[in-house]
Ligand binder design. Structure first.
Ligand code: G3D
Ligand code: MG
Length: 186
């Protein structure tokens, strides 16, 4: 099988959303127990890399996950933040409605304006474990994801790791498929 594995990819992905929605927690949960390299914040972002295998297409992929470290600095550097970015997780906090509204008002706009025109994004409602404080229903999330043409809608809990791996994996699969690689996404 070794010689069949000829593709190697590096994908730059952004994790976007208002402060404290759980962007860094999602990334931390995702890369725990895996090889990781931390680049110290320079331009107001944290960049973390993770190497994964995608069995569906027998390929190795290096993910570069870009995480906003400071809101203000991000405003100044967002053009370089998005340069070469092929996908994003658009994250809101299910317990704070304003973070949900900011997805279409701000984060999707930025992604569309500054990243590649064929960029792929998934809508993420995070903190699904806080069941008593949920202010954004699953129906509203689903409905927004359809309205904005998100590739998927996934509710996650970074705290308990629920659907975290799935969210990143799906984003990668949708990007690969959009780039012309043929396989099924279940
Ligand atoms: P950010 O990177 O988007 O700014 P963080 O957000 O990852 O720093 O998370 C902000 C706060 O939300 C943190 O709490 C973090 O523990 C919490 N949080 C993130 N994801 C979840 C989740 O899925 N469930 C719950 N219950 N909490 C979550 P603190 O108190 O450390 O500020
Ligand atoms: Mg953070």
């Amino acid at each position: 099988m070794g010689d069949i594995e000829k593709r190697e990819w590096a994908l730059k992905l952004a994790v976007l959303g208002d402060p404290a929605v759980g962007k860094t927690s999602l990334i931390d949960k995702y890369i725990t127990d895996s090889f990781r390299e931390n680049y110290q914040p320079t331009l107001g972002v944290n960049i973390v890399s993770k190497d994964i295998r995608i069995e569906e297409i027998n390929s190795k992929i290096r993910l570069l996950l870009w995480d906003i470290a400071g809101q203000h600095k991000y405003e100044l550097t967002r053009q370089s933040f998005f340069q070469g970015c092929v996908g994003a997780l658009l994250v809101y906090d299910m317990t704070r409605y304003s973070t949900f509204e900011q997805i279409s008002l701000k984060w999707l706009e930025d992604f569309k304006n500054f990243s590649r025109p064929d960029g792929v994004y998934i809508l993420i409602g995070n903190k699904s474990d806080l069941t008593d404080s949920i202010r954004v229903s699953s129906e509203e999330g689903k409905s927004l994801s359809q309205k904005i043409n998100a590739a998927e809608f996934i509710e996650t809990s970074a705290k308990y790791g629920k659907n975290v791996e799935k969210a990143f994996k799906k984003l990668v699969l949708h990007i690969l498929r959009k780039s012309g690689v043929k396989f099924e996404i279940n």
